[in-house]
Design a binder for this molecule. Structure first.
Ligand code: PLP
Length: 417
């Protein structure tokens, strides 16, 4: 069978599909694999108890369950949830958000597919526009979503060296240029893979750049505020009519419900609603129903601030301590973990590529993600891409510790040979 270009795009053995298959088969071949590669959130008992309790109430009610499974929702997503969330955002941050500014998608990954292809690609006048990612490394999930080639443009960061093997990337604004070929600017904040949280100053500069050039500014808030609030530094959440804020219920502990949330001006939410209708009639309403009470009561904010954030923050500290302890004497740097749940490890001057290190670690039963996948749109070659790996610390402490021991041992061998 021959596939169209569209079909080939999703079946070619390159990029993220290859990597995801590889991660999946590493898991399937051996139950003892130490999986530090995926983006799955932790199972946090306190959060799970709340979801279970809400599910129980849905099941016990006279017709909540029947309505949940027996009806198509509207293409923009559950309106009761949207109204509750708009109210919450207005109360918390004073944003002028109404239900019409909110559209749900089947996970925020789907939101990026829709938004990016809506705002970049080929336009009626024959022009071609790209998505600007002002700070590489960026989220691996963006890598293959463009339906046309040459879809992203990214810039190398500046480095700030901190104490105790830590460093932090900053946007190099001298390298960021918004030309006519840019259709939108996008950042993840906190950033996957690095755990970076762009400063309020950086966000403000990007916001005014986007405004000045009359293009949208997309902020991927999958780990951000007000939920799941996996942010360990001070950061001010922002929204205005030119910002497309993408949120998700996944990192709260509900990735299986596939609930993405777009907060944007009405032109965008209406367009997303149209795309939902064509692609899936309506987005899944399960996550919205499960989280409805938590949003209506504001409890989702307490859960995020008092349970989820401290949970990951203490895991980050433990993971960093293990890395420092196990890798003592090696040339390593850790991106300062300011949010999300990954450590971005940089082995400066490593004699092999991070892909080769990934293969060697896989042989030893530890799965991480090699760094070069996290640079969508960076045109120039850059050694740094091949010196970094991403490891998740969302797993149980003993697993993370065992993984770090093996990584340290392997890296030590790599340098000594
Ligand atoms: N954005 C970032 C930065 C992520 O890390 C992820 C998942 O790992 C997503 C978006 C997509 O999340 P979901 O489609 O589960 O909402």
């Amino acid at each position: 069978m021959r596939f169209s270009q569209f079909g080939k795009k999703f079946t070619s053995r390159s990029g993220i599909l290859q990597l995801m298959d590889d991660l999946g088969s590493a898991l399937a071949t051996d139950g003892n694999v130490i999986m530090l590669g995926g983006g799955n959130p932790s199972h946090i008992p306190q959060a799970e108890a709340l979801f279970r309790e809400r599910m129980g109430r849905i099941l016990d009610s006279v017709d909540d369950f029947e309505r949940l499974v027996g009806n198509y929702g509207p293409p923009q997503g559950d309106q009761e949830f949207a109204a509750a969330l708009a109210g919450l955002l207005h109360k918390e941050y004073g944003w002028n958000v109404e239900a019409k500014n909110i559209a749900l998608t089947n996970g925020s990954q789907t939101a990026f597919f829709c938004l990016f292809n809506m705002l970049a690609g080929t336009f009626d006048d024959g022009s071609h526009k790209k998505i600007l990612l002002p700070l590489a490394p960026e989220y691996i999930g963006y890598l293959d979503v463009g339906l046309v080639d040459d879809f992203f443009i990214a810039s190398k960061p500046e480095f700030e060296y901190l104490d105790d093997h830590l460093f932090k990337y900053h946007i190099n604004f001298d390298a960021v240029s918004v030309t006519d070929e840019i259709g939108a600017i996008c950042v993840s904040r906190p950033t996957n893979p690095t755990g970076n949280v762009l400063t309020d100053g950086e966000i403000e500069k990007l916001r005014s750049l986007a405004h000045h050039h009359d293009i949208p500014f997309i902020i991927d808030n999958a780990y951000g505020m007000p939920f799941p609030n996996i942010i360990f530094t001070e950061a001010k959440p922002v929204w205005d009519e030119n910002i497309i804020l993408c949120m998700s219920l996944s990192k709260l502990g509900l990735p299986g419900t596939r609930t993405g949330i777009i907060i944007a001006n009405e032109q965008i939410t209406t367009a997303i609603s149209g795309m939902n209708a064509v692609m899936s009639l309506a987005p899944v309403s399960f996550g919205a129903s499960l989280a409805l009470d938590l949003v209506q009561s504001g409890e989702i904010i307490d859960l995020s601030r008092d349970v989820i954030k401290p949970y990951y923050q203490s895991k980050a500290e433990l993971a960093i301590n293990y890395v420092r302890q196990e890798m003592a004497g090696l040339e390593f740097y850790i991106h300062k973990p300011e949010g999300a749940f990954f450590l971005w490890l940089w082995f400066k001057g490593m004699p092999i590529t991070s892909q080769a290190l990934y293969e060697r670690l896989k042989q030893r039963g530890v799965v991480v993600v090699p760094g070069q996948y996290f640079f969508p749109g960076l045109q120039e070659e850059w050694q740094h891409k091949y010196e970094c790996i991403r490891m998740s610390y969302a797993q149980d402490e003993a697993i993370v510790k065992a993984g770090i021991e093996i990584i340290a041992d392997e890296v030590r061998m790599v340098y000594s040979n």
